[in-house]
Design a binder for this molecule. Sequence first.
Ligand code: ASP
Length: 524
Amino acid sequence: MARALEPQRRLLAVYTGGTIGMRSEQGVLVPGSGLAAVLRSLPMFHDEEYARACGLPEDTLVLPPAIPDQRVIYTVLECQPLFDSSDMTITEWVQIAQTIERHYGQYDGFVVIHGTDTMAFAASVLSFVLENLQKTVILTGAQVPIHALWNDSRENLLGALLMAGQYVIPEVCLFFQNQLFRGNRVTKVDSRRFAAFCSPHLPPLAVMGTDVTINWELVRKARGKAQLVVHSSMERDVGLLRLYPGIPAALVRAFLQPPLKGVVMETFGSGNGPTKPDLLRELRAAAERGLIILNCSHCLQGAVTSDYAAGMAMAGAGIVSGFDMTSEAALAKLSYVLGHPGLTPDDRKEEADAIREALVPSLACAAAHAGDLEVLQGSDLSLESFNGQTPLHAAARGGQPGAVTMLLRRGVDVDPRDEDGLSPLLLAVKGRHRGVIELLRAAGACLSLQELEDAGTELCRLAARADLEGLQSWWQAGADLSSPGYDGRSALLVAEAAGNLEVVTFLQNLKGGAGVQAPGPATL
Ligand code: ASP
């Protein structure tokens, strides 16, 4: 999706509190009101002359032009009361979602100004509460107040306004330190540095530098013209329990008592925990009562697997793998699934099973992505993940030739499309997983006409960056490497202009040799 080019784009900036607007009172920082007035006094946030010429109301500001002929006009809605985000809960986040819903028709995008301490929770919850988004929603905040001489507030807020004002990225995102992340993939990792957040398992959706680079292949596609739905019935009785060496079974038992309905259990390494029989007994008993236990690793990188005997799978089938979810996202998802009308555990086993399935719709996808052939062997391959990805998508994304081979042998569809229209072959190309590309091509997978059409611009980008492996992956997948990019230039011309000799030689050899088209099944 391209940059939105209407002459005026209107945003709603919902100011909920946080350091960004805080002031010092008796030596401590407290939430501060009047952010709009502060922004109005800063030329980078407001062009008074333009505002006057347009007769904009008092609470509405306009950014100076970032690109010719386009203005980002934004209204700051200050919440009452303002919060240090440590005090925010699901209730406040649902209210934010309802505010967005109330104003959805009037604005082109939304920025939520929020404290950083719980921003990853907020972004995760909003990503589940707001369904069918067609507009950009970006959370941002700062580590140092906007009043300070040296601060990150201005850069973060301006970046968020520009991203939401200029691009249609129809999902809940978090913008910090020049990077736009998927909201339910982030975690706060630093309380002092300006780079406060990281997204351990998903690259940024966009990076703002000299240019704005958007990873469109990662950006979720809007689903047709479906109406925005706000899921306000989130379950509040969910909890987070971090295992530690020697944790007493009695403590776990006390924690897991009703009214708790679901718990995210943070485990060691790839999903392991103590194997003491009394502890496992407590976990099993809780799962049998219908309590949903979602296993997430407290490691930042890696995922929950079934590699170890100490894996939590030992505690019984009732424990669901959270795979690579952050604890914040897992808690939000648990709250969403348990709050879903029609999915109430009520001690009834079938419903508890349905909830487990909804939480991790496909264990097969997790196993395929991790290349865990043992689990994959025994998994139901018909289940898709939340965005319609099949185990083959997951195996291709994870670059797992073993899993791909096993799935193909089991007769899965070689060219399925997920809800965003992506195929396993395209995911393998993006990941440069040459072995997987080869297997999929040999099984008859082809890039779609649309994928082939879109390839030109991507090929030019790879050529400019001297990314030979990327180009080879596209070629191997059957793309026509002479396809022009958006400006009509081919990858070869771009590589020549950039002086990327290795790429030039590769592309010239293809041209002069067997043809630019890769061998193999037809490419439509
Ligand atoms: N305690 C503050 C908050 O989360 C921290 C921040 O905004 O950076 O509201």
